[in-house]
Design a protein around this ligand. Structure first.
Ligand code: GLN
Length: 473
């Protein structure tokens, strides 16, 4: 049925980079067969799960929506994919994303754009836009996304689905193609919080192959999720309701606070005084880490390599013209063939946003700027984390908007990187602090576009987060 939905709808939405129907039917058939033999089956037996094209799966490509990895077939499974397979999930396809997860609209994909199923002229958000759109359009019941600065929660909010970013270290990053390693987390997208709980408990847990993975037991979130939280104290962040927040988004979020009160919760105002620096801090740290992580794409170890015949022809032509001009310009150095190969491979393989991040990152990390930018950003990051520690001394959960606006028009933001970066205002703090966050649908604006409510919890309190979100749902 889901494959039929993909056939019927995905030519319009563009959520999938590759639908893997044949493999999915094979997996489904084998689950059926084992079920008929009375064998015990995994937690997700027979359930289709779509996976963002950034998690290694040895039975298909992992492109990160980049020309650089257009033909990359990983030799191993990421831990998340391994756990999905072990739980007998049916891996139905690989979803579109911003290239290397850099972006918030899915328009930075090198291959296609994804449209918001609620209004095809609008963006589904990003970078996990495909993962959110496929669930919203009924083309998968569950999907896996990644969130470095909001890429699960923001598209979930803009597409009217549930999206959860776990505590940093809760889900293994082994086999996740790295963007910013101290911020990256893998998490579930789904129609309901109950489904998110089931998917999270399947993929979470310690993994010795990821040195930042937390060695902590994983509660069975799906068992406890319907227990309401007694005496719940919800924090309303005063800095959240400032200039720039759309009126309709604000009123839906304020209505959510009233609903919590009607359920017996108390609402208390808290302050996150350093949150105003979160976007600036994030856009120093994330590009710094990205510039280092992406140094591995050199045309040798992985991915795209420039055409060497064309390269040698270029070199010969340059040498000739230099020869001719030698007397005028004196000694000139040509790039070695090695440097030239790196430069051409990377110029051809990466898109404009990825290049922008690499340049920002290498600049901020270079001698003379390191202390002023990178080190400073690390210090502010610590203050942002401390703000949350203080706030969670007074409240159990924090609630607020996911984005300041509902889904924006395709093409509207992508030409203006700075305004695109500002979309991340409410989401990046959770990544900087390492805390878990969820987006749950909380209404629609007058144009019929979904609005998301973000809930945040202290580290490792996913159970509280899910129970709190479920109460509201
Ligand atoms: N929009 C943010 C960025 O472009 C977040 C991306 C993400 O979470 N992967 O970096």
């Amino acid at each position: 049925a889901y494959l039929d939905a993909i056939t019927a709808r995905d030519s319009k939405v563009g959520a999938y980079l590759r639908e893997e129907g044949e493999r999915a039917l094979g997996q489904a058939a084998s689950v059926d067969e084992r079920r008929s033999k009375g064998e015990s089956l995994g937690k997700l037996a027979g359930l289709p799960v779509a996976v963002k094209d950034v998690l290694c799966d040895k039975s298909t490509l992992t492109t990160c929506a980049s020309k650089m990895l257009e033909n990359f077939r990983p030799p191993y499974d990421s831990t998340v994919v391994e756990r999905l397979k072990a739980a007998d999930a049916v891996l139905i396809g690989r979803t579109n994303m911003d290239e290397f997860a850099m972006g918030g609209s899915t328009e930075n994909s090198a291959f296609q754009i994804t449209r918001n199923p609620w209004d095809l002229e609008r963006s589904p958000g990003g970078s996990s836009g495909g993962a959110a759109a496929c669930v919203a359009a009924g083309m998968a019941p569950l999907s896996i996304g990644t969130d470095t600065g909001g890429s699960i929660r923001q598209p979930a909010g803009l597409c009217g689905v549930v999206g959860l970013k776990p505590t940093y270290g809760r889900v293994s990053r082994y086999g996740l193609v790295a963007f910013a390693s101290s911020l990256d987390q893998v998490g579930p997208l789904s129609r309901t919080t109950q489904d998110a709980a089931l998917l999270l408990e399947t993929i979470a847990g310690h993994d010795p192959r990821d040195s930042t993975s937390l060695d902590q037991p994983v509660p069975e979130y799906s068992k406890t999720i319907s227990e309401p939280l007694k005496g719940l104290r919800i924090g309303l962040v005063k800095e959240h309701f400032a200039e720039g927040l759309d009126r309709e988004v604000e009123s839906a979020v304020r209505e959510a606070f009233r609903i919590y009160e009607s359920l017996g919760a108390t609402v208390k105002e808290v302050s996150l005084p350093h949150s105003k620096h979160a976007v600036a801090t994030y856009y120093v740290i994330a590009p710094c880490e990205a510039s280092s992580n992406l140094a591995r794409y050199d045309g040798v170890h992985y991915g795209h390599r420039t055409d060497e015949v064309a390269m040698l022809a270029e070199l010969a032509a340059e040498r000739k013209s230099l020869e001719a001009a030698k007397d005028e310009i004196g000694l000139t150095r040509l790039d070695s063939t090695l440097v030239r190969m790196y430069r051409r491979s990377r110029s051809e393989g990466f898109g404009p946003e990825v290049k922008r991040r690499i340049m920002l990152g290498t600049y901020a990390l270079s001698a003379g700027y390191y202390d002023a930018y990178y080190l400073k950003a690390l210090k502010v990051r610590r203050l942002i984390r401390q703000d949350f520690d203080n706030a969670f001394g007074e409240v159990d959960l924090i609630a607020g908007p996911v984005t300041a606006q509902t889904a924006f028009k395709l093409g509207e933001m992508v030409e203006d990187p700075l305004s695109m970066y500002l979309v991340d205002l409410y989401t990046v703090s959770a990544n900087l602090a390492g805390i878990p966050g969820i987006s749950v649908p909380c209404g629609f604006d007058k144009a019929g576009l979904p609005i998301g409510l973000q809930l945040l919890a202290p580290p490792l309190e996913e159970e509280r987060l899910l129970r709190g979100a479920h109460m509201f749902e």
